[in-house]
Every structure is written in C-alpha cells, then in structure tokens.
Design a protein around this ligand. Structure first.
Ligand SMILES: [Zn+2]
Length: 455
C-alpha cells in the first residue's frame, strides 16, 4: 500500500483540497480522501488531475509524421497521405516498429497520456506472409509500452478487403491481411501475454467497413461480444459515398444493422455522420474517438460536435497519425473547430462544468473507459492510479485555482514545463518533466529511422 498526498486534486465531483490517495499493490486507487492532513503520506509537488487515455494510436506512423506535407501533382487529401504511409510501411521490420513505438509512447506519457489504445493492423511480414508467430508485431508494441512505462490496450483488428463489399487487397495492403480465424488465434495469444501485467489489456476490432465484409464484421463482433470493439468509421466523405453506393446505407447504419452497436464500441472519427447516426451511437452507449489534429492535418472535415453534445454523446481523443502528440492540442483543435464554424466561444461546456478546458479534459478522460477495457479516466477508488501532477509555479498556471487551472493548462500553456510528474498504475514514470529512458529510446529511434530512410 502506497500513501500519497496532494495539496489539491480534480476529482470527478470537482476540486478537493488536501487529498490523500491510497494505492494498492495492483496499481489501483484503494481510497481517495479529501480534507486530511499529510500524516505519513508522500507529498506530491502540485495539483493533481487524472491522466488522459489515448484511445487511438498507430504508433509506427510517428516515423512518417511530417513527411507528407509536400504538395503533389494532384489534389492532396487523405488518400494521397495513405499512399505515402503504404510506401513507408512496405519496409518496416518488427525491430523498427518497437523502436518507433517506444519513442511515440515516451512522447505520449510525457505529454500526459497515461494509456494508449494501439489500433493494430500491421500484422504481416514485408512479403505479406504471416509471421511464424502471429503476435510478432503485436508483441513489439507491448515491449515498447513496457519500456515507456505507459499502460496499453492492444487492439488487433480484422483486415480482409481492399474496399467495401470485399474488394481484393491492393499490394500496399498485404501486410494488413488477417482472417477472422487468425484474429481469434492472435487475440487468444495476446490474452495469455497480458495476464500477468495489470497495465496491459486486449480489445479487438475491425479496421473499417472498407476493410472487411459485413458478415465477417458481424462474426467478429459476435465472437468477442462484451469486449471493447474499435473501428474507423466515416472519416472521409468518399468512404461514406462508397458505402452508400455499395449497400444503400451509411457506414454507421450498416454497422448498426449487421453487427449491432453497443456500449463496448469505440467508433473512431465519425467525422461525416448525421443526426440519425448520432442517435444510433448515443442510444447504444457507444463512444466516438476524435483525433482533431490528425483530422485537421488530413483535411477530413469537422465533426458535428454541437449535435453530439446536445444528444449526450460520449467521446475520447486519440493521436491517430501522431502528427502531434499532446492531448491539449487535440482538445484545443476540437473546441476551436467549433468556435470557428459557429463564430462563438466556450462551446464545450455545460451547467455542471462551465469551464471549457475542464469540461474537455474531464469528458475526454472518462469517455474512453469502455474503449480502454480498463477502469481509467477518473480519480476514484477502484480505478487505475493514472494521474498528472501539474506545476502550479509554471508561468502559464501560476495564480490559477480550480477549473481555471485546467483552462489555462489546456488552452494557454506552452509545451513543456506544466507537467511535473506523470504516474501510471501507481508508478511515477515522469519526474520533473523527464522520462528516465528518453535518451536511450530516442537513440534507438534514430537508428531505426536511419535504416528506414536509407532503404
Ligand atoms: Zn486511425
């Protein structure tokens, strides 16, 4: 049992002073008690907020972030970015993936992400054949997470098709191919691998309605019913148009009809959804993961946030393409997209939490609990002890109290300097803003990159 004490902490019910945390040996909070003296507890050097789960990551894409900003001969959109990604991927080895993922994960935990949901579809060897051990690439991500000290929910996903209705895979997609039967075997192997690690969990999913036949999606959803289920959906207008042309329904409607949405579903993006689809998602209790910096970078479009909030939809955030790795930037982009399109201010807020920064942080942290397949996103007994200790002396935060502190943290803080410590599963991973393995991990990352960029 570890005992910690914070001068102030943002709990689910609001800010509390003189908070004592008791953390059990398995890394969960066993008690959270406000208004008590320090006693025999270790004092934390600043106000405490809950850690942010990253609900959607493709770690390998960290290595190509920024490499697709050059104007090409045709219109540059998601699809031209995807070609750059496929070319990059054709070369990458499990050792490269481990080094790149470790770098991405260290950057995540330093930025305040305490768990990553790794949406994993890079299953096969360079020639498209499965590795002798199907879990080869998945295990590279788990080892990277261990090195970074970040909690991980691994999300192996089905990928059988190159387009709606079971179109064949293109040469750029052969490394992703995995059958429903192989996916079952992979999940079973990963369930074994995570058994002894309280910070590791296994979810499952399908890449998108483009990447598998409807009957395959339904089979996987049925087989793993009750497990967190992730899928990309309606990120691009072209995907929606292709889906309607093929089956007469939008991607969300097709999934609801053939696989059945429920509260375990995590729908990634949902950029181009309408009122009926929002109702389906909210009624099912599913979560939408927004990746605003990636969606902005790829020119995807703006999520209908106003309607979604009005209907009470749950959301979380993800780093997706890793174009930026900072939860605050995702939240700012989300809110600023709303402000710019509405020509109004402070839209992500309500009577309970009128401060936009606090509203965004609290909702995004807790919205992803089901997607993570782990009790996260709140500071409360029974949840994972994942939290940040802020630097109340940082110029951007100095003199702020309560939710005004979170507002300044989200909207007004320069990168670096505002997060003093990051704790994950009751372990201090970042101290004074630094990660103990950051130099070693960066060095391995540079070695992998020089190999990849030389080829
Ligand atoms: Zn994605």
């Amino acid at each position: 049992m570890m005992r910690l004490h914070a001068p102030a902490a943002r709990l689910a019910t609001g800010w509390a002073s003189n908070v004592r945390f008791e953390i059990a040996a398995d890394g969960t909070f066993s008690a959270v008690t406000p208004d008590v003296p320090v006693g025999d507890a270790i004092t934390l050097p600043g106000p405490v907020i809950c850690g942010m789960p990253n609900l959607h990551s493709h770690a390998f894409q960290r290595a190509m972030a920024g490499l697709a900003e050059l104007r090409g001969p045709t219109d540059d959109d998601f699809w031209s970015w995807r070609e750059t990604m496929y070319r990059f991927l054709a070369q990458i080895s499990p050792e490269d993936v481990e080094a790149i993922a470790a770098q991405a994960y260290v950057e995540m935990i330093r930025a305040g992400y305490t768990r990553v949901c790794e949406f994993h579809y890079l299953h096969n060897d360079r020639n498209g054949a499965p590795y002798a051990d199907l879990a080869t690439m998945a295990m590279a991500h788990l080892r990277a997470a261990r090195k970074a000290g970040i909690a991980i929910t691994l999300v192996p996903v089905l990928y059988t098709s190159g387009g709606c209705g079971g179109r064949p895979l293109t040469p750029g997609q052969v490394r992703f191919a995995i059958s429903p039967l192989q996916l079952t075997r992979l999940v079973a192997a990963l369930d074994q691998a995570v058994k002894t690690e309280p910070d590791w969990a296994v979810a499952v999913g399908v890449h998108s309605v483009r990447a598998a036949r409807s009957e395959e999606i339904a089979t996987v959803a049925q087989e793993f019913r009750g497990r967190a289920f992730h899928i990309h959906v309606s990120e691009q207008r072209r995907e929606v148009e292709e889906c309607i042309a093929w089956c007469g329904r939008t991607p969300v409607a097709q999934l609801a009809e053939t696989a059945g949405l429920n509260r375990h579903w995590n729908l990634v993006h949902g950029t181009h959804i309408g009122t009926e689809e929002i109702r389906m998602i909210v009624n099912a209790g599913a979560c939408i993961t927004l990746c605003p910096s990636t969606e902005g970078n790829l020119g995807d479009g703006l999520f209908p946030a106003g309607q979604y909030q009005t209907l009470g939809g749950m959301f979380g955030i993800g780093t997706d393409s890793q174009i930026t790795i900072d939860p605050r930037e995702e939240l700012r982009w989300f809110e600023y997209g709303r402000r710019l399109s509405r020509e109004r201010r402070v839209l992500s807020a309500d009577a309970d939490i009128p401060n936009a920064g606090a509203w965004l942080w609290q909702h995004a942290a807790h919205g992803g609990e089901a997607a993570c397949a782990a009790p996260v996103g709140r500071i409360a007994p029974g949840t994972r002890a994942d939290f940040l200790v802020l630097n109340g002396d940082a110029p951007a935060l100095y003199g702020r109290e309560g939710d005004a502190l979170l507002d300044s943290f989200v909207f007004a803080a320069a990168p670096g300097g505002t997060i003093r410590e990051v704790w994950c599963g009751g372990r201090k991973v970042v101290s004074d803003g630094h990660h103990p393995a950051e130099d070693e991990v960066a060095s391995a990352y540079r070695t992998a990159l020089s190999r990849l960029l030389r080829r």
